[in-house]
Design a protein around this ligand. Structure first.
Ligand code: SAM
Length: 311
């Protein structure tokens, strides 16, 4: 149903995004400051800083005593206290970065060409935080769904698993996990992976996959990043690194089955050259062409997961 909130501007996100981007949040994390002190610290305009600080206080992110502003307890927990009930870290910054590309949707509609956001180590860290936030509740149930009854040291290949949440869940359930992700992500997450006993390999899934043979290949939210041909090729390559009887698990917004898939398709239209969201018929065709059978679609922790077995 059309929603009257369609006209609402995401003020919180815009203000908090700018506060992180300009250094306001980092500065106030260290100590309370007046608008003048903060403007000097981050080399900014004092009137602008004051106006934004007042808005942040009105929204509950800051407290004000005399003329000094401090992060509120809720904001500190939200951004800096892993384990707090309202903790999100900086995952909201990924949505803030997305706004910068989505605003170009009219040009994308006119030209059919994407307007991807700029990638830097900082935006990659925001992306990782957003993926981890998304996986927080679903990783364990997904692991249990896929690995229940599997022997210890079941070999799992997690393709595009750089945020490590699923890899950690699989490892905790006794699996031996190899993660493939891009070099920039491996350099960011490699140490964490090694400490958790997870093998991490830098590479491009469009080029090659780590040699198997694996018992389970996990493809979590990666099929939407590439086009139909690349998907067929990726699933074919996945079959090649699985043992006979090995399984593939694809977590995706399945077009036609997930109400969000069509909207997420626009995200891929804006951000990728030929990515999109795909129907169950498309996945079934790619899987059957690659020698998979016993294809099924389940919902686990509100995520759709397609599983199939290599014949
Ligand atoms: C949308 S995230 C999904 C993360 C995780 N699998 C999940 O389900 O939450 C996509 C992941 O694939 C990685 N990735 C993107 N393109 C890749 C490529 N060509 N080869 C390997 N990894 C890639 C990204 O760096 C990112 O970690």
């Amino acid at each position: 149903m059309p929603d009257k909130n369609i006209m609402a501007v995401p003020f919180d996100l815009l203000i908090m995004g700018a506060a992180v981007e300009t250094g306001i949040i980092n500065a106030l994390e260290k100590r309370p400051m007046t608008a003048a002190e903060l403007a000097a610290e981050i080399t900014a305009d004092q009137r602008a800083v004051w106006t934004v600080l007042e808005a942040m206080a009105a929204l509950g992110y800051l407290t004000r005593q005399d003329h000094s502003y401090a992060l509120s307890g809720d904001a500190r927990n939200m951004i800096f206290t892993p384990g707090a009930p309202n903790y999100t870290g900086l995952s909201f910054m990924h949505r803030y970065e997305l706004l910068k590309s989505w605003i170009h949707l009219p040009e994308v509609i006119a030209t059919g060409k994407p307007h991807p956001r700029k990638r830097t180590p900082v935006t990659t860290a925001y992306f990782m935080a957003a993926m981890q936030e998304g996986a927080r509740r679903s990783a364990r149930p997904m692991g249990e769904f896929l690995l229940s009854g599997s022997p210890r040291n079941t070999r799992v290949l997690d393709i595009g698993g750089g945020p490590l949440f699923y890899a950690r869940a699989f490892t905790a359930l006794g699996a031996a996990v190899t993660v493939l992700d891009l070099a920039e992500v491996v350099s960011m997450m490699g140490k964490e992976a090694a400490a958790a006993g997870i093998e991490m390999i830098a590479g491009d899934f469009n080029v090659a996959l780590p040699e198997g043979p694996f018992d389970l290949a996990y493809l979590g939210n990666i099929n939407h990043m590439v086009g139909e041909e690349e998907n067929q090729e990726l699933i074919r390559k996945t079959a090649g690194v699985l043992k006979p009887g090995g399984r593939i698990a694809i977590v995706e917004f399945v077009r036609g089955a997930s109400p969000f898939a069509a909207v997420f398709g626009v995200n891929m239209l804006v951000n990728t050259g030929n990515g999109g969201t795909w129907t169950m018929e498309q996945f079934t065709g790619w899987l059957e062409n690659s020698g998979f059978g016993d294809i099924r679609l389940d919902t686990v922790a509100e995520r759709q997961v397609i599983t199939a077995t290599k014949k």
